[in-house]
Ligand binder design. Structure first.
Ligand code: SF4
Length: 394
């Protein structure tokens, strides 16, 4: 089923559901995820359903998108995913054409699992392909092989899930431009509808950080990383993919990630689960990160407490919301930010608020005005987009 395209003018809600379990840890990972805690999955799913159920009295808006992220959502048994989906359907008005995404490790995809996902309403899968080169996957400590990614895509398609997104990482130690092209060719050859490319970011506390510090591995230089991005942009354009966001390409507009667009449009979303973030009623909500803490806090709080596992609830000022709209809007390379949208949301024009910033960015040739006056990031400035974003930070 194809999903409705979310627009800036329809501030409907989205749901992010965090599944923090992993079988093993990838060396580059610094996400809120844990290996060796699968014995907590059943209790965690109960707590998730409990947290979701608390929104029922508050929520009348239609839900456009649901995203199961991780961690590794495919650590859940299909029946557990079904329980969470049932809680969502009972408590929210899920639109019939909502995009419902499930992140998976390719080696977790079986015919039975794919069929069960489709039966529970999942209509989009994001596969952590990361690379098509076996040695690179080993260097990342990924569990799967390139062959398993190919098989996973076929299996999902056979189960009726056609909307498949593939993630690839570039700038990893030992990666060459030649091997990067092989990974891109493999991804494009799989009939994926969407491809996300992530520049490696070395996080404190990751195993990769330690490997680099001990000299076991070295990072490619910045020039090579930029060449990888440029090669990807050129190659995917040749293959007919639209580069609609800095790190994201879609085979057609309908396959752009509706859930991520919710973030880039700064539309409201709930974050359920350990460490999840939400943005509701002009407040940022961050849940406690530990699995045990999350389960305990949800289970022991009063049932009328709307955000039972919140570690932090921060009201967001109108000024910060405007800044977010500019920064995140510029990420969307085709859509950008229009005067109409900004004005209908805030009751004031973009240049009434950001005249100095816009002038500065135009002078530095970081942004331009499209034919209809919308503001867009200049295509040749994507790699230095941060220079544009910081203009909107006080
Ligand atoms: S599967 Fe994802 S969340 Fe889990 S360790 Fe690897 S990168 Fe991190």
């Amino acid at each position: 089923m194809q999903s409705a395209i979310i627009s800036y003018m329809e501030p409907k809600v989205s749901l992010y559901i965090h599944i923090p379990f992993c079988k093993t840890r990838c060396f580059y990972c610094d996400f809120n995820s844990f290996a060796g805690k699968d014995h907590l999955i059943s209790d965690y799913v109960s707590a998730l359903c409990n947290e979701i159920t608390r929104q029922e009295p508050y929520e009348n808006d239609a839900v456009h998108s649901v995203y199961f992220g991780g961690g590794t959502p495919s650590r859940l048994a299909p029946s557990e995913t079904g329980r969470v989906m049932a809680a969502v359907q009972n408590c929210f008005r899920l639109m019939p054409d909502a995009e419902i995404t499930f992140e998976m490790n390719p080696c977790d995809v079986t015919a039975d699992y794919a069929a069960a996902l489709a039966a529970s309403g999942i209509n989009r899968v994001s596969l952590g392909m990361q690379s098509a080169i076996p040695e690179e996957l080993k260097r990342m400590n990924r569990r799967h092989t390139p062959e398993q990614t190919v098989l996973a895509v076929e299996t999902l398609q056979n189960a009726g899930i056609q909307n498949i997104s593939l993630d690839l990482i570039y700038g990893y130690p030992g990666q060459t431009l030649e091997n990067w092209l092989l990974s891109l060719q493999a991804a494009a050859g799989l009939d994926a509808k969407h491809i996300s490319l992530y520049a490696l970011s070395v996080e404190d506390g990751s195993a990769l950080r330690r490997q680099l510090e001990t000299g076991k591995l070295t990072l490619p230089d910045e020039e090579l990383t930029v060449a990888m991005y440029d090669l990807a942009a050129e190659f995917l354009a040749e293959k007919g993919f639209q580069h609609y966001e800095i790190s994201n390409w879609a085979s057609e507009e309908i396959y752009e990630s509706q859930h991520n667009k919710q973030y880039w449009f700064v539309n409201p979303y709930y974050g359920f689960g350990a460490g999840a973030h939400g943005w509701i009623d002009h407040r940022r909500i961050r849940n406690t990160g530990g699995i045990e803490d999350y389960i305990r806090e949800v289970n022991t709080s009063d049932f009328d407490k709307r955000f039972p596992a919140a570690a932090e609830i921060t009201p967001q000022s109108r000024r910060v919301e405007m800044q977010d709209v500019m920064m995140l809007g510029l990420r969307m390379l085709l859509e950008g930010i229009t005067e109409d949208r900004f004005r209908s949301r805030f009751g004031i024009g973009i240049e009434d608020v950001f005249r100095r910033e816009i002038k500065h960015l135009e002078r530095k040739e970081l942004i331009h005005r499209g034919q209809d006056g919308r503001f867009l990031l200049n295509p040749d400035k994507v790699m230095v987009a941060n220079q544009a974003f910081i203009e909107f930070v006080d």
